[in-house]
Design a protein around this ligand. Structure first.
Ligand code: GLC
Ligand code: CA
Length: 561
């Protein structure tokens, strides 16, 4: 196998990381950092910005092109930071603006771009605007920045509608004077009114604030939710559920006019050189609708969660890859690929759990998120498939999004005690949803010691004893580790990534996917549980050990011909 790690590290022009190349994002490997759970520099048990800065050498060695940083803004953490008190500051628990600047400099010096999360659908209930809205009367300009409605009943004591929030429980909250406000997520996350011009212009100010500080791009939270059109008489939840939501007219989601907002944002992005980039988090029903967010006049790129939602199955993968590459091309964008993030069960675990409803139904996730008795995890199978899927993904045209800890092969932590859980989707769904804390447990940096090197003291979510086996320290010393595998694959990807073309090769078997990139780089994945013939070519990388010259079960290899 080729070891080209050194070739991957050319001298970096720190004034201009990555060159003035305006298309750096099209095929970037982007690593998501969930800051509170990455590295703690000051022993308070909460990961912070200086903690990230101290790990820049680790990120550089990993071989990623960019970091996506989940929210680091002042927040009461009602939803892990997606409840923002102030969009233009750093949470004092995580550091200062100076710490942010130092982090940007360190990343850029290492040739790594920075994408920050921006949360436009809702503020937190501690935002100045929301405090002002509560202090002001009904019908005021202050209330117009949010979505207020009169309650039903003689004194407005009934909610204006029976809508349910996404985290469970009611989506309307009373404020004590007969009015109620709408929140798609937690009660502490009031939705903004994007028809309000002040809301629009303030976000442009925020985009410039961070762009001026050197941020290279933005990940746009719940991008499909901002535009809303609430009729005078509100529909019921059942009526909402029955509404067509694939034609741009749903009252709450993916409305056509949401793109007017992002066209304005694009003008701001294009004030910079290179233009700032953006990627939409838009859970919309079809790739066609999704790629509207990815147009050059809009955000430019959109998350594609299709592989994340698929089983480890050749036909599903093939169809998803073909359709998304086609759609992205039509939109003039490049697609994105992702298996894990801070909202879902880690893919090494998903792939190690049986389908919940038996053959033909979805794998993994439901078991864990709904709690109850989880079947025995087959960790070995889960990791073997996860590595195969990741290697397949890393050879695809488009951007690959990786989530902190997947490079260690980490599993979901399923058994966090109730008293220690933090996710609002757990609290708002008693007995029904155990929430997303299991993928947010702080990383193990060392094999032993307090909080496995995450902090000098403790960790804000408890780490299980087995975390030590997945530590950076242990995997760094093991050339067969998942960390070594990610490093090798990312280094190779950096040298091999080429035009955004892909050609399918007939593998002679329906459970093998084989494709070629224009420069002769090939990826072959055997999805079956039996070995298959290994196609000819120089083997560059493999997701599991190749023994007897065949392609092992549930394995991907990269070949060069
Ligand atoms: C997005 C985030 C998720 C958050 C939600 C509300 O889906 O990824 O973590 O809870 O938006 O902001
Ligand atoms: Ca800290």
């Amino acid at each position: 196998m080729t070891d080209i790690l050194d070739a991957r590290w050319p001298a970096v022009d720190s004034a201009n990381p990555g060159g003035a190349d305006a298309t750096w994002w099209r095929q970037a490997a982007v690593y998501q950092i969930y800051p509170r759970s990455f590295a703690d520099s000051n022993g308070d048990g909460i990961g912070d910005l200086p903690g990230i800065t101290a790990k820049v050498p680790y990120l550089r060695r990993l071989g990623i092109d960019a970091v996506w940083l989940s929210p680091f803004y002042p927040s009461a953490l009602a939803d892990g930071g997606y409840d923002v008190d102030d969009y233009r500051d750093v949470d004092p628990k995580l550091g200062t603006l100076q710490d942010f600047d130092a982090m940007v400099t360190a990343l850029h010096e290492a040739g790594i771009k920075l994408i920050v999360d921006i949360v436009p659908n809702h503020t937190s209930d501690r935002h100045e605007w929301f405090k002002a809205a509560l202090a002001a009367p009904k019908g005021s300009a202050e209330r117009d920045r949010y979505i207020f409605r009169d309650g039903l009943g003689d004194n407005g004591e009934q909610p204006p509608a029976d809508w349910q929030s996404i985290f469970g429980g009611p989506a309307w909250e009373p404020v004590g004077d007969g009015q109620w406000y709408m929140h798609h997520f937690a009660t502490e996350q009031p939705d903004l009114n994007w028809k309000n011009q002040e809301v629009r212009s303030d976000f442009l100010k925020t985009l410039r604030f961070w762009s001026d500080r050197g941020v290279d791009g933005f990940r746009v939270d719940v991008a499909h939710g901002c535009a809303k059109e609430l009729p005078e008489v509100l529909p019921s939840q059942a009526e909402l559920d029955a509404m067509e939501n694939a034609d741009g007219t749903h009252p709450l989601w993916d409305r056509d006019e949401v793109h007017e907002i992002y066209a304005q944002w694009r003008e701001v992005f294009n004030e910079y050189d290179p233009p700032r980039t953006a990627v939409a988090e838009a859970w919309v029903p079809t790739p066609q609708r999704r790629h509207r967010y990815a147009s050059a006049e809009g955000l430019g790129q959109a998350f594609n969660f299709d592989l994340l939602e698929a089983d480890f199955e050749a036909d599903q993968f093939r169809e998803i890859i073909s359709s998304n590459l086609g759609q992205a091309k039509e939109a003039g964008s490049s697609t994105t690929w992702v298996f894990s993030n801070h909202d879902v069960v880690r893919h090494a675990t998903r792939y190690g759990l049986p389908p919940r409803g038996g053959a033909g139904t979805k794998q993994g996730t439901d078991w864990l998120l709904s709690g109850g008795t989880v079947p025995q995890l087959d960790a070995e199978t889960g990791l073997r498939r996860a590595r195969a899927a990741t290697l397949l993904m890393l050879a695809l045209p488009g951007s690959a999004y990786l989530y902190q800890g997947e490079e260690l092969g980490l599993n979901e932590v399923a058994d966090i005690p109730e008293a220690e859980r933090q996710d609002p989707s757990f609290f708002r769904n008693p007995g029904k949803d155990i929430g997303r804390d299991g993928c947010r447990v702080p990383l193990p940096w060392t094999s032993a010691g307090p909080s496995f090197g995450f902090s000098d003291t403790t960790s804000h979510l408890p780490q299980p004893a087995w975390f030590g086996d997945y530590s950076v320290e242990r995997e760094d010393a093991d050339p067969t580790s998942t960390l070594a595998f990610y490093r090798q694959a990312l280094a190779l990807r950096g040298t091999l990534q080429t035009d955004e073309e892909l050609e399918w090769i007939d593998a002679g078997s329906t459970d093998v996917l084989h494709y070629r990139r224009p420069n002769g780089w090939e990826s072959v994945t055997n999805f079956s549980t039996r070995s298959r013939p290994l196609p000819e070519g120089e083997v560059l990388a493999a997701s599991s050990p190749l023994g007897d010259g065949t392609l092992p079960a549930e394995t991907t290899v990269w070949l060069k011909r």
